[in-house]
Design a protein around this ligand. Structure first.
Ligand code: CAA
Length: 379
């Protein structure tokens, strides 16, 4: 077993790290306070080729392997998890196109993202359908060579800036997952509107919006695969995307650990740095073990994806575990900073606020455990 990264991966990791130190870290506080889409940073990330990481070169993308993509995401999240969420949003929206789309659709939808820096959003969740995807209610009825789309999506990342929306909707009468289909919708189509932008606890440099569809005409040529394929496409997408959330959680946990170690070496109490107190050392050691274990799981999921091996279980494990430890490690970091950690003068309160969503989005950590258990029991 070889645990080392390739020369190319190490070089790329260093390049991303330098970029993050120069372009993201100095702006983190402002980005968090503004609570807006990070347009300028996103343009720079795009120019560097650190986004659209799942899009192959043949459609204009960087064509990196899944493990390398996770390493890049981890490094961006080490700077700011909200920026990492914004920069990985296109991947979530485009996995269904890559998996279920035909050649013409791939050329039409992927190139503007990969070559012109446009954005796309994944529209699955609804006000009444979060964990229960098969309960979604958005409807597309066929009318000649188009669909008429009606419904409402909730908590959609980057919807306010997206050109394309990958929308999961019902195209048949049957209840449950079998009548769900996936359509790519141009956000500028008449009848599409962006509703409320959520005010969030954390992850504030990523926008989260409601999307409303009222009698929206969508060309039938925008249907991915065939009618009824949508649920499967959404599940396959989430399988592929969850390690990315794991990598984000890992990146922020790493940042929290580094901040805690740095501070513990500086902060003097009882006549010596608190890093010399065993009580603090115990906390730091546990934090480091959790970060390292999460990294092994996240990288293993990337390795399995790169090899084309089954990875549903490991994908859920990597997301679930990394998100849980990110919550724990960022909370411990605040503890080590003491009263200062609870103020906005230090970065750790933001890490803690940002960590919470990692246990919720891309499937709650309870859903991840359902997925893991299903794999254990049924395979
Ligand atoms: N790959 C391929 N097919 C799959 C699959 C997978 N991973 N998982 C299930 N399926 C198939 C099953 O084989 C089954 O197929 P058949 O009908 O042919 O037998 C079918 O799908 C139904 O499977 P289940 O009975 O297991 O489905 P379920 O209704 O019980 O749901 C679930 C399973 C795991 C709970 C699923 O609903 C789920 O993952 N929920 C969480 C949703 C989620 O993650 N939402 C996050 C939204 S995105 C986001 O948060 C990002 C953002 O932008 C903020």
């Amino acid at each position: 077993m070889d645990f080392s990264l390739s020369e190319e991966q190490l070089m790329l990791r260093d390049t991303v790290r330098r970029f993050v130190e120069k372009e993201i870290r100095p702006n983190v506080e402002e980005l968090d306070q503004k609570e807006e889409y990070p347009h300028e940073i996103m343009k720079k990330i795009f120019a560097q080729g650190f986004t659209n990481l799942n899009i192959p070169e043949e459609y204009g993308g960087p064509g990196v392997d899944p493990l390398t993509a996770l390493i890049i995401t981890e490094e961006i999240a080490r700077g700011c998890a909200a920026v990492a969420t914004s920069s990985s949003c296109n991947s979530l929206a485009t996995y269904p196109i890559l998996t279920g789309g035909n050649e013409e659709q791939k050329q039409r939808f992927l190139r503007p993202l990969a070559e012109e820096g446009k954005y796309a959003s994944f529209c699955l969740t609804e006000p009444g359908a979060g964990s229960d995807v098969a309960g979604l209610a958005t409807v597309a009825r066929k009318q000649g060579d188009k669909y008429i789309l009606n419904g409402r999506k909730q908590f959609i990342t980057s919807a306010n800036v997206a050109q394309y929306l990958t929308v999961f909707c019902r195209t048949g009468e049957e209840k449950g997952h079998k009548s769900i289909s996936a359509l790519v919708v141009d956000r500028e189509s008449p009848g599409v509107s962006i509703g409320r932008q959520e005010k969030k606890m954390g992850l504030r440099a990523s926008t989260t919006c409601e999307v409303i569809f009222e009698e929206v005409e969508v060309p039938a040529a925008n249907l991915l695969g065939s009618e009824g394929l949508g649920f499967k496409l959404s599940m396959e997408t989430l399988d592929k995307a969850r390690p990315t959330t794991g990598a984000m959680a890992l990146g922020m946990a790493q940042a929290a650990l580094e901040a805690a170690v740095y501070y513990a070496k500086e902060r003097v109490q009882f006549g010596k740095p608190i890093a010399q107190q065993q009580a603090v050392q115990m906390i730091l050691a546990d934090m480091a073990m959790k970060v390292e274990t999460a990294r092994l799981l996240v990288y293993k999921a990337g390795y399995l994806m790169a090899k084309g091996l089954p990875f549903t279980k490991e994908s859920a494990m990597s997301k679930c575990y990394a998100a849980d430890i990110a919550m724990e490690v960022t909370t411990d970091a605040v503890q080590i900073f003491g009263g200062y950690g609870y103020t906005r003068d230090y970065p750790v309160e933001k890490y803690m606020r940002d960590a919470k969503i990692m246990q919720i989005y891309e499937g709650t950590n309870q859903i991840q455990r359902v997925v893991i258990a299903k794999e254990l029991v049924h395979s």
